[in-house]
Design a protein around this ligand. Structure first.
Ligand code: NAD
Ligand code: IPM
Ligand code: MN
Length: 356
């Protein structure tokens, strides 16, 4: 089959990890008889430098016409002093909004081979960890009204968190549907002791839960959830939460899988078009040094094959290759531990390709 993929290398380590991921996809194409056509487009700092704006219309148009989008990362110190709506990060919000990608799946899976890279004690991890964070992606404080004004103490700034019944209902359904295919447990994370938007969130989640009687539901305040993730992460199966809480908790969850360089994501909407990207950023501290872990991006490509293209075997093939290379003790710096073999971005990519 033929698939059109828009690629957005972006900034920092973005181009390095996308390069390896495209090579992996090409090898999958060869092996299984598919053609992946890649169209590289600009977003983020790279787009600001080339066109003056973080998300050119051409990029939006090409992404909309593609079967899926593969993104590296955007942002970096070079663009940190630009006003909010002209920063590289605005491109991500623009794409998520324009493409209607309201559901962000962030699976935190600890590979057996990486137990030593997990900072938690072996008795806490047990036989492994497998948590799915379902993050709402096109609402909440990221998309609410914001600005500056004159207040009681002079100049002030504000951001607002808004959630509609509709927005909570559709993300809750994604969470419960996911739980039905997993261990049938949902933890809805909010701050309902303080926020009105969280109280609405909680009541809508309860209503949706009635359609999934087999799924066990509990509610947890976000501060407690942050603590429970390191105290007893095995209590979680699916976590559903708002845009900002999901952003924060998924970085925390990534660390218990060994490194943020391991965590992939899928951003999905109503149709099959999705955007796939690692959860980490452009890592300016290691950019251009062949040090970045490409696995989160390569695993994001596996999610693309599964969710947008319905190529289950091919997705499994990538995931198994990653497991194999980890079991052969190859490690990038971020997941390195005693006795392991240190490799760079390109070599890690090559090892995974050879293992496909
Ligand atoms: P970051 O995720 O880029 O980096 C945090 C730390 O993790 C750094 O020490 C970095 O070296 C390390 N790290 C991240 N990815 C890694 C990988 N694949 N392999 C090895 N180590 C890795 O977060 P930050 O430093 O807070 O942000 C840097 C820039 O990235 C900012 O401009 C931020 O806005 C942007 N950002 C973009 C995205 C995205 O494009 N999706 C996500 C998060 C942050
Ligand atoms: C992520 C990033 C983005 C977010 C930023 C860069 C806009 O941190 O994808 O997790 O907060 O969603
Ligand atoms: Mn983030």
């Amino acid at each position: 089959m033929n698939f059109n993929i828009a690629t957005i290398p972006g900034d920092g380590i973005g181009p390095d990890i996308i390069e390896q991921t495209v090579l992996v996809l090409n090898k999958i194409g060869e092996k299984f008889g598919h053609t992946f056509n890649f169209t590289e487009v600009l977003a983020g700092g790279a787009a600001i430098d080339a066109t003056g704006e973080p998300l050119p219309q051409e990029t939006i148009d090409i992404c909309k016409k593609s079967d899926s989008v593969l993104l590296g990362a955007v942002g970096g110190p070079k663009w940190d002093n630009l006003p909010g709506d002209r920063r590289p990060e605005k491109a991500l919000l623009g794409l998520r909004g324009e493409l209607g990608l309201f559901a962000n799946l962030r699976p935190a899976l600890l590979h057996r081979a990486l137990k030593d890279a997990c900072p938690l004690k072996p008795e806490i991890i047990g036989d492994g960890l497998d948590i799915l964070v379902v993050r709402e992606l096109t609402g909440g404080i990221y998309f609410g009204e914001r600005g500056r004004r004159n207040g009681k103490f002079g100049e002030e700034a504000y951001d607002t968190e808004t959630y509609s019944v509709h927005e909570v209902e559709r993300i809750a359904r994604v969470g419960f549907e996911s739980a039905m295919k997993r261990n049938k447990k949902v933890t809805s994370v909010d701050k309902a002791n303080i926020l009105e938007s969280s109280r609405l969130w909680r009541s809508v989640v309860e209503k949706v839960a009635k359609d999934y009687p087999e799924v066990e539901l509990n509610h947890m305040y976000v501060d407690n959830a942050a603590m429970q993730l390191v105290r007893n992460p095995k209590q979680f199966d699916v976590i559903i939460t708002s845009n900002m809480f999901g952003d924060i908790l998924s970085d925390e969850a990534s660390m218990i899988t060994g490194s943020i360089g391991m965590l992939p994501s899928a951003s999905l909407g109503e149709g099959t078009l999705g955007m796939y990207e690692p959860i980490h950023g452009s890592a300016p501290d290691i950019a251009g040094q062949d040090k970045a872990n490409p696995i989160a991006t390569i695993l994001s490509a596996a999610m693309m094959l599964r969710y947008s293209f319905n190529l289950e075997k091919e997705a499994d093939c990538i995931e198994e290759a990653v497991t194999k290379v980890l079991e052969q003790n190859y490690r990038t710096g971020d997941i390195m531990s005693d006795g392991m073999k240190l490799v760079g971005t390109r070599e890690m990519g090559k090892l995974i390709i050879d293992a496909l």
